[in-house]
Design a protein around this ligand. Structure first.
Ligand code: SAH
Ligand code: SF4
Ligand code: F3S
Length: 469
């Protein structure tokens, strides 16, 4: 396997110099200038936005939730489904009015959509109020690009198709003080036939374990209680390192970091989920008893055209092995309905997997053709109504399973992480079980940020209800 390019520390230093130059410019604008950062898509994008905010803070910006107040607007986009892209185009289109009222406001579009050549072209031609467009692989050059906009004017596009690199030492402004994301790798090499991610996020590359561990140690020292290790396919972590190691080995090392905190990770690909990983999860006391293991479809012919490289039997075998080691494991998954050529009979194999595994929660999607992926070229004869009907059967089945699984918690006392304020007036707090189920809790708000015993008093298909013990 190719070794990964690491950006030399001197290059990152140079970016921090650009931050200082920008800060000198923004300091002359009078009031403290504000930045508006809007994030679409997955946790990887949330984590990227925390780095964009880190850079922006070093450039002298504060933050606002209003486009009108902002001197710089950053839209970090997702390309996974057409619907996600349409929302972004709608919102970016509306910014033309903001630009008219405040011509000095810088408008930046980044993330996975920006990396799609068709999107970059459309922005170039039809969204002329957008000043800067850059893909995920050039995020580390954000200060230099902003500096360029402020000193040379003109629009900037940084969307070359790059395999990507690893950049350490980028400042971070995190959105939460209890839960944190830690990217352990970037990119994807799997090329599932429906998926845009490998085209927009570059090749799979891993951060060095010592850098990951240093970040985790710092987070634990700062009081973080819930740390999620992120990657598109964490199970193939470490293959590209100078000293190759596997994900189970990394988990073991993170688990050895002293402190009272939980470790989660996502996403795992079934083909790379090993018995060793399951044994490591069972042994490591800080690793939460939960696994998100997307199976996408229950029919082997469909799995094959999806290029998933696992069969239904292999998937079920792995779930069985995991349940044998961790009987109370919480399982979640992703499913696509209406893949090109999937018949209703084939779709019913997906329902059978639900009945057999009994997932705690499921993320369900209707197939969305992504230009440039093989699946977008495949024959797709099933009418949309039939796909929708299948989709509704799927969610109805999962709802009943989720409801039953949640009902089984009632009467139990569970050690939960109290992670926020409840948006429901009848409850004071939100909490998460070790398996990441949402609990709405009655109790003293001073418990925020602590692991506390919660007595579960009620449940529905979406969440649990309880009170602090
Ligand atoms: N790397 C992760 C998933 C990333 S995308 C993994 O491999 O599991 C999250 C989910 O979006 C996928 O699991 C899939 O179910 C769904 N998805 C991806 N591309 C899609 C498409 N073109 N149409 C519909 N759903 C899609
Ligand atoms: Fe997409 Fe497949 Fe990679 Fe997940 S593993 S990001 S679904 S190509
Ligand atoms: Fe979307 Fe990119 Fe994540 S396409 S799902 S933001 S990797």
């Amino acid at each position: 396997m190719e070794h990964t390019t690491v950006i030399p520390p001197a290059e990152i230093e140079k970016q921090l110099d650009y931050c200082r130059s920008v800060a000198a410019i923004t300091a002359q604008w009078g009031e403290k200038p504000l930045a508006f950062v809007d994030t679409y898509g997955c946790q990887q994008n949330e984590a990227d936005s925390e780095r964009l905010r880190g850079f922006l803070a070093k450039m002298g910006f504060g933050f606002t939730g209003s486009e009108e107040e902002a001197r710089i607007i950053v839209i970090n986009t997702c390309a996974i489904r057409e619907h996600a892209e349409q929302r972004v185009f709608g919102n970016v289109g509306a910014l033309v009015h903001v630009k008219r009222r405040h011509p000095d406001t810088l408008i930046c579009l980044c993330g996975c959509m920006a990396q799609r050549p068709q999107v970059a072209q459309k922005i170039r031609e039809s969204y002329r109020h957008v000043d800067l467009v850059f893909g995920p692989q050039s995020l580390w050059k954000f200060p230099e690009m902003v500096h360029g906009l402020l000193t040379q004017r003109g629009r900037t596009f940084s969307v070359e198709d790059e395999p990507g690199s690893i950049a350490e030492g980028i400042p971070v402004v995190r959105q939460d003080r209890i839960k944190a994301w830690v990217s352990i790798m970037y990119g994807c090499n799997n090329f599932c036939s429906y998926c845009i991610v490998p085209y927009v996020r570059g090749r799979e590359r891993s951060r060095r374990p010592e850098d990951i561990l240093a970040e985790v140690r710092q987070l634990v020292n700062e009081g973080y209680k819930d740390i999620t290790l992120l990657g598109q396919n964490v199970n193939s972590y470490g293959k590209d390192l100078d000293e190759p190691m596997d994900f189970a080995g990394l988990l073991e090392q993170v688990n050895a970091v002293p402190g009272d905190f939980l470790i989660r990770f996502m996403t795992s690909h079934p083909k790379d989920a090993t018995q060793k990983l399951f044994e490591t999860m069972a042994r490591c006391e800080k690793v939460a008893p939960v696994l998100h293991l997307p199976f996408q479809a229950g029919n082997d012919r469909i799995l094959k055209v999806m290029n998933r490289r696992h069969t239904r039997a292999e998937y079920l075998e792995k779930i069985k092995a995991l349940k044998a080691l961790i009987p109370d494991i919480v399982l979640t998954s992703d499913v696509i309905v209406g893949f090109p050529g999937e018949t209703t009979e084939e779709f019913e194999d997906t329902l059978k997997v639900l009945e057999e595994v009994r997932f705690d929660a499921l993320f369900t999607f209707i197939f969305s053709p992504r230009p440039g992926t093989p699946a977008a070229e495949m024959d797709d004869p099933m009418p949309r109504e039939e796909k929708l009907a299948n989709f509704n059967r799927l969610t109805a089945l999962q709802d009943s399973i989720s409801e039953e699984k949640h009902a089984a918690y009632v009467g139990k006392t569970v050690r939960c992480l109290i992670d926020g304020a409840s948006d429901d007036a009848r409850y004071d707090l939100t909490a998460r079980t070790p398996g990441n189920r949402l609990v709405r809790v009655v109790g003293d708000p001073s418990a925020l940020g602590q692991f506390r015993d919660v007595k579960i008093t009620g449940a529905n298909k979406w969440s649990l209800f309880g009170e602090l013990v």
